[in-house]
Design a protein around this ligand. Structure first.
Ligand code: PMV
Length: 325
């Protein structure tokens, strides 16, 4: 049976940075995110009598390390289902991969949903999240939609480290403007950045210790739709994560000059009375959150900004699912 699935990317409001188990992608702390409507991966997959997995990503057949990583991931589904044939799969992102925006979250979430269904596995959202997490940590958060809490979990087997929705997409009309600052820049992959931070940063433990309190605050801000509170905790979490990475030896620096310029612009807009805040992941782009009513105005501002080469607009998005093919 050929299955088609769809999943969206997500952006963390309280960041995930550091693993307590690198093989199972178990996080050192929990995190909170919003699933994004605008950044979607569509995957079509079937198990077939072919000699090896055939994986085409955005029109290019995957080879080498990338192919091995995905095959190893599909092996987990083969082992769980007893469907040991190889996969034939195509996956496409509707957002420019050359922009350097991580697509692993939406990609692994879409793959998990498609492969599980094609293998005849009937999994709960929680089980799908646990599985997606093993492909890429943040993919666990792209299984649910809307506003999402990924639980750190305590168990060594990772079965209690899953993400779940705390509010649906239509709960709070927020917008996220992804400000692309540079095209196709090679970043330090998130796992390498995390590992270096964990192994060498004197600030790493302080970062981990700060996360639980930030999660409580972010969840409370979401529960009460307190934008100011969410702005404070999200910027703080982002800056603390990057501070821990910057203090690694050698320092892990994801920002370029445009990133820093945009941080100042967002703070200046906020002090002028436009409610907005920034967050930044393992790359030089800046994501600006606002209430939807302010999105058009902010878009106009950033369209004039020479630091920005492209703007992708997103709003709270749905979770990963099988769609009609
Ligand atoms: O799951 P990964 O390996 O894509 O790591 C994600 C790390 C950050 O994007 C920097 C933070 C986060 O919580 O998404």
């Amino acid at each position: 049976m050929k299955v088609k699935s769809e999943a969206r990317s997500n952006i963390a409001l309280v960041k995930y940075w550091g693993k307590r188990d690198p093989l199972l992608n178990l996080p050192a702390a929990g995190s909170v995110s919003m699933t994004l409507s605008g950044l979607t991966t569509q995957t079509e997959l079937e198990f077939a009598d072919v000699p090896h997995d055939l994986i085409v990503l955005n029109g290019t057949t995957l080879e080498g390390k990338g192919a091995t990583k995905l095959s190893t991931f599909v092996d987990r589904i083969r082992d769980a289902s007893g469907e040991y044939r190889r996969v034939r799969m195509t996956s496409n992102n509707n957002f420019p991969t050359a922009a350097g925006l991580a697509s692993s979250a939406s990609g692994f979430a879409a793959l998990t949903v498609a492969a599980a269904a094609a293998a005849g596995l009937e999994l709960s959202p929680r089980e799908l999240s646990v599985l997606a997490r093993q492909g890429s940590g943040s993919a666990s958060r792209s299984i649910p939609g809307g506003f999402v809490h990924w639980h750190r979990g305590e168990l060594a087997d990772g079965t209690d480290s899953f993400a779940e929705s705390v509010a649906p997409p239509d709960y709070w009309d927020l917008a996220c403007l992804v400000l692309v600052t540079v095209r196709g820049e090679k970043d330090i992959p998130s796992t390498a950045g995390m590992n270096q931070t964990m192994a060498t940063s004197p600030y790493y433990q302080a970062w981990v210790d700060s996360v639980a309190g930030d999660i409580t605050e972010a969840l409370a801000a979401i529960a009460t739709k307190d934008f100011e509170k969410l702005a404070d905790v999200a910027e703080r979490s982002c800056l603390a994560m990057h501070a821990s990475a910057l203090a690694a030896k050698p320092g892990v620096l994801y920002w370029n000059a445009k990133t820093v310029d945009l941080i100042h612009s967002v703070r200046s807009l906020r002090s002028q009375g436009i409610p907005c805040f920034f967050t930044i992941d393992a790359g030089p782009h800046v994501k600006v959150f606002c209430e939807a009513a302010h999105a058009d105005r902010l878009k106009l501002v950033f369209e004039q900004d020479p630091n920005v080469i492209q703007i992708i607009m997103a709003s709270p998005g749905a979770g990963a699912r099988v769609v009609p093919s």
